[in-house]
Design a protein around this ligand. Structure first.
Ligand code: PGA
Length: 252
């Protein structure tokens, strides 16, 4: 059985103190369950303190929202994977559509980020997903296939076991327009099939594929009940402790 993941993507919200308060509220309220894990993807300046707070629980972990595609050196303003490793952060988010769109992160850069993260034993949550135009044109499966092939499928099977995938249709992010559970399930099954073709049954059966894009307390359960949806990557609703806890409880 795959352990479900419910991840909060705080994006560029909250001060470190506010983030700590939010995490504490969630940790105090959410029921422990060994069949799911919860990740807080927080801004860089939160990570040291947040990691100390969260590391007391086996059910919660901390992730960075980004890392550099370079190992180290003269890259002003960047944060390297080894720095994240040094403060015991567990995860790093790679390929979020906002990074692709606003910071022009292409397949090659994302591939380098994946490699940097894995070289430091960080777990990677790799985001993929189509824009509204791509969905309307009907070629969204090819878009997703290319995103995975170009940035992820150079990995070997052992490395692939350190990766979770987030399917996030761009048209559903922050719009309140969620993919229906059936629409999401169809793409998740497609992604799992691509992984099966490349890595075989074992890796495909193990890889966690979470859904992201306007996950809310009232739609989480229907999404998470689908056979290939292994939880969620939650933006807006993860900033409200009660909403996020309701979503966590929806992942059973
Ligand atoms: P949203 O964001 O839940 O606010 O749509 C999801 C994400 O961008 O990861």
């Amino acid at each position: 059985m795959r352990k479900k993941i419910v991840a909060g993507n705080w994006k560029m919200h909250t001060t470190p103190d506010e983030g700590l308060t939010l995490a504490r509220q969630v940790m105090e309220t959410a029921h422990a369950n060994e069949h799911r894990e919860v990740i807080f993807f927080a801004p860089f300046v939160h990570l040291t303190t947040l990691q100390k707070e969260v590391s007391v629980s086996p059910f919660f972990s901390v992730g960075a929202q980004n890392c550099s595609n370079h190992e180290k050196g003269a890259f002003t303003g960047e944060v390297a994977a080894f720095m994240l490793r040094s403060i015991d952060v567990s995860w790093v988010l790679v390929g979020h559509s906002e990074r692709r769109q606003y910071y022009h992160e292409n397949h090659t850069i994302l591939k380098q980020k994946v490699d940097q993260a894995l070289s430091q034993q960080l777990l990677v949550m790799f985001c993929c997903g189509e824009t509204l135009d791509q969905r309307m044109e009907g070629n969204f499966r090819e878009v997703i296939r290319k995103q995975l092939e170009e940035s992820l499928f150079h990995l070997d099977a052992t490395q692939m076991n350190q990766v979770a995938i987030a399917y996030e249709p761009v048209w559903a992010i922050g719009t309140g327009q969620t993919a229906t559970p059936d629409q999401a399930q169809e793409v998740h099954a497609f992604i799992r099939e691509l992984i099966k073709q490349k890595y075989g049954d074992g890796v495909a059966a193990r890889v966690r594929i979470v859904y992201g894009g306007s996950v809310k307390p009232d739609n989480a359960k229907d999404l998470f009940n689908k056979p290939d949806i292994d939880g969620g990557l939650v933006g807006g609703a993860s900033l409200n402790a009660l909403d996020f806890v309701t979503i966590i409880h929806a992942a059973e």
